[in-house]
Design a protein around this ligand. Structure first.
Ligand code: UFG
Length: 343
C-alpha cells in the first residue's frame, strides 16, 4: 500500500514509518515540524533504506493540505498530526481545538476528494476519561467527564470520523486508542524528543538518568493502587507501530475502535525501578501532590485487537526502558543536538 503519514516525523509516526517501510509499504510523510524534526525522517530512511518522500505542510490550512496530498495516489492515511500536551491544552484550549479539529477536517476532505478508502486515526485512551471498570474495553463510554481539551479533541475527532464514514460508505476507518507509548527503536537512532520540560513520565525519567534534570516529581503516592502511585499500561512504541500496520492491513468498511495496550499495569515506582535496573543510574525523586486531572489507574483490555487484528504486544517494560535509555544516552540533546554536532 501507499500510505500517507500525517505527523510522520513525530515520535509515534517515525516508528510507524519504519515498520511500514520494512513491511514493504510505500510511505509518504507530511509534517509541519511544529513538534518534530526533519532529522527523524532522515534517520527513518537510514534505518530502512527506503525512499520515503517528505512534504512539509501545515494541515490546518486547507490549501496547503490539498497541495500536500496532490498527486500521491495514496491508498491509506494514518493521521498522527496534532497537538498532544495535556496541560498546555488546558491553558490554550482554542489553539488545541483549532489545530486538532481543523487538521482532521482537512485530512477528511482530502480523503473524500481523492477517493482514499482507508484511514487510521491516532486516538487515545484519554477518550475513556476516568474508567468505569478495569481493564478498559472498547464498549466503555467515550467522551464522558474528560478533564482537558486535548482529550476532548480526540473524542470529537472520533465522532467526526464516524459521521464522515456514514457519508463516505466505502471508507474503512480505524480508531486506535493508545495507552502509554514508551521506548524507542532498538537502534537508538529515533525516539521521543519532547521540547522543553517533558510532560510524560518516561522521557522525564530518562532525562534524570542522563543528568539533564535533577530529579523527578512523583505525582502522588496516595492512590488506591498497588503501591500508591499512578498505574498505567505502558506500550513499547515498536509494538504500537506494529499495531498500525495490523490496523491498515485488516481495516474493514465502517469504523472500528481498538485499544492498543499490553493489558499490564505498572506503577510509577515500578517504572523508576525498571529504568534504574537497565541504565545502572539512580533516579532521584520527590513525592509531590497529585497532578490535576490524573486518574489512579488506566489499563487496557487489548483482547479485541489481539483477536481481530492478530496483533499483541511482544516487548516488556524493561525492553522499553532499555531502548529509551539507548536513545537518550546516544542523543542527549535529541535531534537538534545531533544536528548541531554534525554540521
Ligand atoms: N508522572 C509522575 N511524574 C511525572 C510525569 C508523570 O509521577 O513527571 C506519573 C503520572 O502521575 C501518571 C504516570 O506517571 O501516574 C504516567 O503519566 P504520563 O504523563 O506519562 O501519562 P498519562 O497517563 O498522564 O497520559 C498519557 C498521555 C496522554 C494520554 C493519556 C491517555 O500522555 O496523551 O496517556 O491515558 F491522553
Amino acid at each position: 500500500m501507499h500510505v500517507i503519514l500525517t505527523g510522520g516525523a513525530g515520535y509515534i509516526g517515525s516508528h510507524t514509518a519504519v515498520v511500514l517501510a520494512e513491511r514493504g509499504h510505500t510511505v509518504t510523510i507530511i509534517d509541519d515540524f511544529s513538534n518534530s524534526h526533519p532529522a527523524a525522517v532522515e534517520r527513518v530512511r537510514a534505518i530502512t533504506g527506503a525512499n520515503i518522500e517528505l512534504r512539509e505542510a501545515d494541515l490546518t490550512d486547507s490549501v496547503a493540505a490539498a497541495k500536500a496530498f496532490a498527486g500521491l495516489n495514496a491508498d491509506a492515511v494514518i493521521h498522527f498530526a496534532g497537538l498532544k500536551a495535556v496541560g498546555e491544552s488546558v491553558a490554550e484550549p482554542i489553539r488545541y481545538y483549532r489545530v486538532n479539529i481543523n487538521s482532521a477536517l482537512n485530512v477528511l476532505d482530502q480523503i473524500r476528494e481523492r477517493g482514499i478508502k482507508t484511514l487510521v486515526f491516532s486516538s487515545s485512551a484519554t477518550v475513556y476519561g476516568d474508567p468505569q471498570a478495569l481493564p478498559i474495553d472498547e464498549t466503555q463510554p467515550v467522551g464522558v467527564g474528560l478533564t482537558n481539551p486535548y482529550g476532548w479533541s480526540k473524542a470529537m475527532i472520533e465522532q467526526i470520523i464516524r459521521d464522515a464514514a456514514v457519508a463516505q460508505g466505502d471508507l474503512a476507518a480505524v480508531l486506535l486508542r493508545y495507552f502509554n507509548p514508551v521506548g524507542a527503536h532498538p537502534s537508538g537512532q529515533i525516539g521521543e524528543d519532547p521540547s522543553g520540560i517533558p510532560n510524560n513520565l518516561m522521557p522525564f525519567v530518562s532525562q534524570v538518568a542522563v543528568g539533564k534534570r535533577a530529579k523527578l516529581s512523583v505525582f502522588g503516592d496516595g492512590y488506591k493502587t498497588k503501591d500508591g502511585t499512578g498505574v498505567r499500561d505502558y506500550i513499547h512504541v515498536m509494538d504500537l507501530a506494529a499495531g498500525h500496520a495490523a490496523a491498515l492491513e485488516h481495516a474493514q468498511a465502517g469504523v472500528t475502535a481498538y485499544n492498543l495496550g499490553s493489558g499490564e499495569g505498572s506503577s510509577v515506582f515500578e517504572v523508576i525501578a525498571a529504568f534504574e535496573q537497565v541504565s545502572g543510574r539512580k533516579i532521584a525523586y520527590d513525592v509531590a501532590p497529585p497532578r490535576s486531572g490524573d486518574v489512579a489507574e488506566v489499563v487496557a483490555n487489548p483482547a479485541k485487537a489481539n483477536r481481530e487484528l492478530n496483533w499483541r504486544t511482544e516487548l516488556s517494560l524493561e525492553q522499553a526502558c532499555r531502548d529509551s535509555w539507548k536513545w537518550q544516552s546516544q542523543n542527549p540533546g535529541g535531534y537538534l543536538g545531533s544536528a548541531q554536532e554534525t554540521p
